[in-house]
Design a protein around this ligand. Structure first.
Ligand SMILES: C[S@@+](CC[C@H](N)C(=O)[O-])C[C@H]1O[C@@H](n2cnc3c(N)ncnc32)[C@H](O)[C@@H]1O
Length: 207
């Protein structure tokens, strides 16, 4: 049988430091919706380590859905739900539909998306989080961020230039802009944690 698993080497480097923080930040019950699961490597690594909380992977692209499906077949976990197709810019996410059986979603995790996509994905992510999270529900973002207009490292500045050359709408986001978008949707920023390779984890909460 064809193995459609894709491999993103960075996930192997960042998954343990991310997991250590997730264990402290995730709620103790419900389902974590992962937005933009990419290859699915984060999903299969995190899920068995955060039981009894469930993990709901999602993706926009078909080839990535296939990769997640095959990663789950390769490394199953009881609390790992089949991936759903989800574009954050859609006004209604499939997990909001009545027949969705992974409810309640108590947290959202999203790594490395809002800088490698137009700003509309941040708007869509915050709007969706505002719609689906219960009061006290958590949103966790991972990736590089600017602070007050400044890059936190030379390598992030170079990465930002590379992103913008690829697509003028891409770019490392300023955490202030992300916080502003969050607050428009009833979500407040709680805490930030510096991570290896000049990345950050940011914890938000639905008020
Ligand atoms: C660099 S990958 C990150 C994948 C994974 N989270 C990781 O950290 O390895 C960026 C992801 O953002 C996703 N993405 C871009 N625009 C999106 C949208 N509008 N809705 C959902 N996902 C989107 C892409 O499909 C891709 O999976």
């Amino acid at each position: 049988m064809t193995d459609r698993r894709q491999f993103a080497p960075a996930t192997e480097r960042n998954r343990t430091p991310i997991l250590n923080v997730l264990k402290a930040w995730l709620p103790e019950t419900g389902t974590v919706l992962e937005i933009a699961s990419g290859t699915g490597e984060h999903a299969v690594f995190f899920a068995p380590r955060i039981t009894p909380v469930k993990w709901q992977p999602s993706n926009r692209e078909i080839d990535q859905m296939e990769s997640v499906t095959d990663w789950i077949a390769h490394s199953p976990s009881e609390n790992l739900l089949p991936p759903v197709t989800l574009d954050v810019t859609d006004p209604l996410w499939p997990v909001e539909e009545a027949h969705y059986n992974g409810a309640p979603i108590t947290a959202i995790f999203n790594a490395n998306m809002i800088h490698i996509s137009p700003w509309q994905t941040c708007e869509g992510l915050m709007a969706g989080a505002g719609r689906i999270l219960p009061k006290g529900g958590r949103l966790i973002l991972y990736g590089p961020f600017k602070y007050d207009g400044e890059h936190t490292s030379r390598s992030n500045e170079e990465f930002d230039g590379w992103l913008k050359a690829r697509d003028g709408e891409f770019g490392v986001r300023d955490i202030r802009d992300v916080m502003d978008e969050a607050s428009k949707n009833g979500i407040r920023h709680l805490i930030a944690r510096p991570m290896p390779a000049n990345n950050f984890l940011h914890l938000f909460e639905k008020t």
